[in-house]
Structures are given as structure tokens and as C-alpha cells.
Design a protein around this ligand. Structure first.
Ligand SMILES: Cc1cc2nc3c(=O)[nH]c(=O)nc-3n(C[C@H](O)[C@H](O)[C@H](O)COP(=O)(O)O)c2cc1C
Length: 182
């Protein structure tokens, strides 16, 4: 059974990126996938400190914070939905440490890694033009390539600023359709 994890990178509970990610999961679930979410808001997550001690204590990272819980769920999944609001044309501050702390998965002695996992980008922006996503899309594409993840889809919802805006137009339908392909 396909295992799809949505990482929720907005501080807003029930906000736009979460709403769309949940619809992606609903679509995936209707297609027989097993789904899970992890909400980053409220977790203790630091950025990478570049100590170069990845895997030295058995786990991917030596920093004793909540990233171990994120890594556990990522290890369980075969598809990861990265759901982030666009903040200053890139990842939210909650999602950025998740990417920073993927450094262990480039390590030669990695005990497990992200190769072959499917990756989906769900991003939301107040701007009303799709080119607002150029920065986050480039980051997503090149980082997935480095880590060996397959970019399976993107949903870049623009013109959604207030919480609830993602329910307008056809964004929800598009999210569920994307989920059904998983
Ligand atoms: C700190 C901050 C920075 C933002 N930066 C951008 C931005 O660079 N471009 C943009 O289009 N919208 C920006 N927005 C608007 C959010 O991306 C938009 O409201 C989004 O739908 C929020 O998603 P959420 O409900 O999942 O948090 C910003 C919002 C905040 C709070």
C-alpha cells in the first residue's frame, strides 16, 4: 500500500496550504493509499548546525530536538507532500529546517535515505501571479534532484491570501485530483 505523508509547514492551523494538502491526502486515500500528516508548528526544530556529525550516533542527526519525529515519519512514507505557504518567495521558516536537516541523506554512510521517494510541492501565495513560485519551485526541483527524490507533482495556488481562500475557485478539486494520482 502506498504511504503518503503531508508535512504541514504553515503556522496557521486550517490555513490554505494545509487545506490543500488535506485534499491531496483525501484523493490519495480514495485511491487506496495510507496517509499521515505532521504539523511543524509547535515542534522544537532547529536548522542544521553544520557539525558534520550526521549518523555518528546512529540516527540521521545529532541535534536533540523534534526532527527525529519528522525523520521517522519520512522514513515510513514513500510519498512526501511538502505543504508550505510562500513566505518571501520561498519556504516558510517552519519548513526550511526540514530541508536543512536532509543533509544526512546525502551522506556516504547513510543508513537510509530519500532516494526513490516521491515528492509533491503544495504551495500557496497571496500574489495573483504564478511566477511568485519561481524561487520555491527551483529550490524544490534542485533539492529533489540532489536527494534522488522523484518530483511527482506540484500544486501552486496563487491569489490565496486569507485563510479560507484555498476553498475558492478550483484549487480543492485540483488538489484532490493530484492526490488520486498517488
Ligand atoms: C510572513 C509572510 C510572508 C509572506 N510572503 C509572501 C510572499 O513572498 N509572496 C506571496 O505571494 N505571499 C506571501 N505571503 C502570503 C501567504 O503566502 C498566503 O497568505 C498563503 O496563502 C498562506 O498560506 P497558509 O494559510 O497555509 O499559511 C506571506 C505571508 C506571511 C505571513
Amino acid at each position: 500500500m502506498r504511504k503518503v505523508l503531508a508535512i504541514l509547514g504553515s503556522p496557521r492551523k486550517g490555513g490554505n496550504s494545509e487545506t490543500l494538502a488535506v485534499s491531496v491526502l483525501a484523493g490519495a486515500s480514495s485511491n487506496g493509499a495510507s496517509t499521515d500528516t505532521i504539523r511543524l508548528q509547535g515542534m522544537d526544530l532547529s536548522g542544521c548546525i553544520d557539525c558534520r556529525k550526521c549518523w555518528s550516533r546512529g540516527s540521521p542527526c545529532v541535534i536533540p530536538d523534534d526532527m527525529g519525529k519528522v525523520h521517522e515519519k519520512i522514513n515510513w512514507s514513500d510519498t512526501i507532500v511538502f505543504a508550505s505557504p510562500l513566505y518571501w518567495y520561498t519556504w516558510s521558516a517552519l519548513m526550511k529546517p526540514v530541508w536543512d536537516r536532509f543533509l544526512p541523506f546525502l551522506h556516504d554512510d547513510a543508513k537510509w535515505d530519500l532516494k526513490g521517494k516521491k515528492a509533491i510541492l503544495v504551495a500557496t501565495a497571496g500574489d495573483d501571479k504564478p511566477d511568485a513560485f519561481e524561487g520555491i519551485s527551483f529550490s524544490f526541483k534542485t533539492s529533489c534532484e540532489l536527494l534522488g527524490m522523484d518530483q511527482t507533482g506540484t500544486l501552486l495556488a496563487y491569489g490565496v491570501y486569507e485563510a479560507g481562500d484555498a476553498s475558492k475557485g478550483d484549487w480543492l478539486a485540483r488538489a484532490e485530483k493530484l492526490g488520486r494520482t498517488l
